[in-house]
Design a protein around this ligand. Structure first.
Ligand SMILES: Cc1cc2nc3c(=O)[nH]c(=O)nc-3n(C[C@H](O)[C@H](O)[C@H](O)COP(=O)(O)OP(=O)(O)OC[C@H]3O[C@@H](n4cnc5c(N)ncnc54)[C@H](O)[C@@H]3O)c2cc1C
Ligand SMILES: *[C@@H]1O[C@H](CO)[C@@H](O)[C@H](O)[C@H]1NC(C)=O
Ligand SMILES: *[C@@H]1O[C@H](CO)[C@@H](O)[C@H](O)[C@H]1NC(C)=O
Ligand SMILES: *[C@@H]1O[C@H](CO)[C@@H](O)[C@H](O)[C@H]1NC(C)=O
Ligand SMILES: *[C@@H]1O[C@H](CO)[C@@H](O)[C@H](O)[C@H]1NC(C)=O
Length: 512
């Protein structure tokens, strides 16, 4: 004990303790990307730093002119009263970070029962030849589907499987799994490797889920959520698609959750700002150079975007460089029209209603493919009804969203509406026309969720952190936000660890 006491006498000569009398300098943190993961990292790091009384100066760099990344809205007729989700649109009850943030920031869920208002069946599963299922229930479509005699006990078993997978996933929110330095180890620890390591098809077969239910319901769901058939998406992401309880979205746009997080973090957001190089210095700090040429210095850098789309140069190469992985190239087409879809295009009798949500699957005769197959698209749905005051006369318009593997062209639109639509209307819309407004967007929406048992590193190098490895495990707004929170906690733990070791001598004295 006396020896330790002597040690504290010596310690003031070290640089660590000589700073004790001065105000501690703020930790400088750069976050690259203001999507779900970067915004959550900023928010949680600010909370953690505050709790630990560690001053932090957080700067968020975002290439786009807005916060939200792949979670963003566009305005129908460029009118801000009519926003529609262009990317991440639905989150669910078990998405704790999203749900709690919405509450904390006073953001309300969008609430409307459009199917009832439209007097349409809410959901149909189309296989390119016929609707194999049409439901009229107003909520929880697949919960209701499980009542259908045609699938036997499959819906019940699927529900149990899903609950078990979600239960395991939720243990990642708390100690001892949280925070994790290695996602691969965390996934193993919570017992989900067997689920991510096989295809949805294999997983369902191994668990005795009948083919009909898998094909007609589960695959319709993996197609609308991840543009994938069951043979090309892993078992866990397949289960995520079945966890639909308490589905919601934020009125006016989910991006507001992330904008509120950045605001609450007091981080300085730099929009329209592309980071072009990250360069590690001798003293372990990082220089970030912007496209503008400006350079600043940081103690920690959080890379909160898939590296392969950042155009970043990291020099010297970090200890771990994330692999380039295949992402889905997804065409998202939003448009407004005063017309409903033509039932004849879906082999229904003239005059029959076409469901509000058209999901798709492959016909039973079609061999499994890693693309949309014969239906040619993943989903077509009506998301809103807005008054078009620009047309003559003004009239109500339906707002549609199509997910497809290729650009939507005039022959496709002409077919589903049963009326001639010109190329120029397909490209730009015509305020009086069948397509009164249209927005085409190509996303690298999410990784192709092929089975895998290892995931990209979280710690790329000392002081250099990466959130996007999470996307190959589960790609959602919530899991990106969780990944950002995980990194924030690791950064905090590093700071506390350093503080404890600097002050180690003093602590002993206090204990004496
Ligand atoms: C069409 C579509 C539908 C979806 N549907 C859902 C859904 O219903 N529910 C759900 O939960 N999820 C959904 N998702 C997925 C969800 O949107 C994403 O998983 C999530 O938003 C990803 O967040 P992120 O922060 O990890 O990445 P991103 O949102 O991609 O954020 C990364 C940010 O980094 C910025 N950036 C990149 N490079 C640089 C640089 N060099 N300098 C500065 N900034 C840079 C980018 O501009 C971007 O804003 C959907 C996605 C798409 C595209
Ligand atoms: C925070 O960091 C930025 C970027 O390095 C710097 O411009 C700013 O002055 C710092 N703010 C404070 C309060 O230290
Ligand atoms: C970013 O750029 C857009 C378009 O180039 C512009 O409208 C916007 O005002 C800019 N935002 C900021 C914060 O500089
Ligand atoms: C931003 O945060 C401040 C407090 O930090 C709060 O007073 C303000 O309402 C917030 N603004 C928005 C737009 O969320
Ligand atoms: C829309 O149609 C009305 C009536 O047919 C016509 O008077 C008006 O000029 C049209 N507007 C545009 C923008 O084409």
């Amino acid at each position: 004990m006396v020896r330790l006491h002597h040690l504290t006498v010596l310690l003031p000569f070290t640089t660590a303790l000589s700073r004790d009398d001065e105000a501690p300098t703020a930790k400088r943190v750069a976050i690259i990307g203001a999507g779900a993961s970067g915004s959550s990292a900023a928010y949680h790091l600010a909370l953690y730093a505050n709790e630990a009384a560690i001053p932090a100066n957080i700067t968020v760099f975002e290439r786009n002119s807005y916060i939200g990344g792949r979670t963003t809205t566009v305005n129908v007729w460029e009118n801000p009263s009519f926003p529609v989700e262009l990317g991440g649109s639905i989150f669910v009850e078990v998405n704790h970070i999203m749900v709690e943030a919405a509450k904390r920031f006073g953001l309300s869920p969008a609430s409307h029962n459009l199917a009832a208002q439209l007097e349409l069946p809410d959901l149909g599963v189309w296989n390119g030849q016929e609707f194999v299922l049409v439901t009229r229930q107003e909520d929880g479509w697949w919960d209701k589907a499980k009542l259908l005699w045609k699938y036997g006990a499959a819906p019940l078993w699927t529900n149990r499987l899903m609950k078990s997978a979600v239960g395991k996933f939720l243990t990642m929110y708390d100690e001892p799994v949280f925070p994790w330095k290695s996602l691969s180890e965390a996934v193993e620890k919570v017992g989900l490797l067997e689920t991510t390591g096989v295809t949805g098809e294999q997983f369902l077969k191994a668990n005795g889920i009948g083919d009909l239910f898998a094909q007609e319901i589960i695959q319709a769901s993996t197609r609308v959520n991840y543009a994938s058939n069951l043979g090309y998406i892993h078992g866990l992401e397949t289960m995520v698609c079945m966890a639909t309880k308490g589905a919601m979205q934020i009125k006016g746009g989910n991006w507001q959750i992330f904008a509120s997080m950045v605001n609450a973090s007091s981080a300085t957001p730099h929009l329209n700002t592309t980071v072009s190089t990250i360069s590690k210095q001798q003293d372990s700090t990082y220089h970030l150079t912007l496209q503008s040429g400006e350079t600043s210095t940081f103690d920690e850098v959080i890379l909160a975007a898939p590296l392969q789309y950042t155009d970043l140069t990291i020099s010297p190469a970090p200890k771990h460089t994330p692999d380039e992985i295949p992402y889905m190239k997804l065409y998202t087409t939003l448009f407004a029209s005063p017309h409903l879809l033509d039932p004849v295009a879906f082999n229904l009798a003239p005059g029959s209603p076409v469901p509000q949500y058209i999901l798709t699957t492959l016909p039973p005769t079609e061999s499994p493919v890693d693309n949309a197959g014969s239906p040619g698209f993943y989903s077509i749905s009506i998301h809103n009804v807005f008054p078009n005051s620009h047309s003559t006369p003004p009239r109500l318009n339906y707002v549609y969203k199509i997910f497809s593997p290729a650009r939507i062209d005039s022959s496709f639109l002409s077919k589903i509406f049963g009326r001639e639509i010109s190329d120029s209307e397909t490209e730009q819309g015509a305020v009086n026309g069948t397509i009164s407004w249209i927005h085409h967007k190509i996303w690298h929406s999410y990784p192709r969720e092929y089975p895998r048992v290892t995931f990209e590193e979280v710690v790329l190098d000392e002081g250099l952190w990466y959130t996007s490895g999470m996307e190959s495990f589960i790609s959602t707004m919530e899991t990106s936000a969780l990944s950002g929170k995980n990194v924030a906690r690791l950064v905090r733990d590093g700071w506390i660890g350093a503080r404890e070791s600097e002050k180690g001598g003093d602590l002993w004295v206090e204990e004496l």
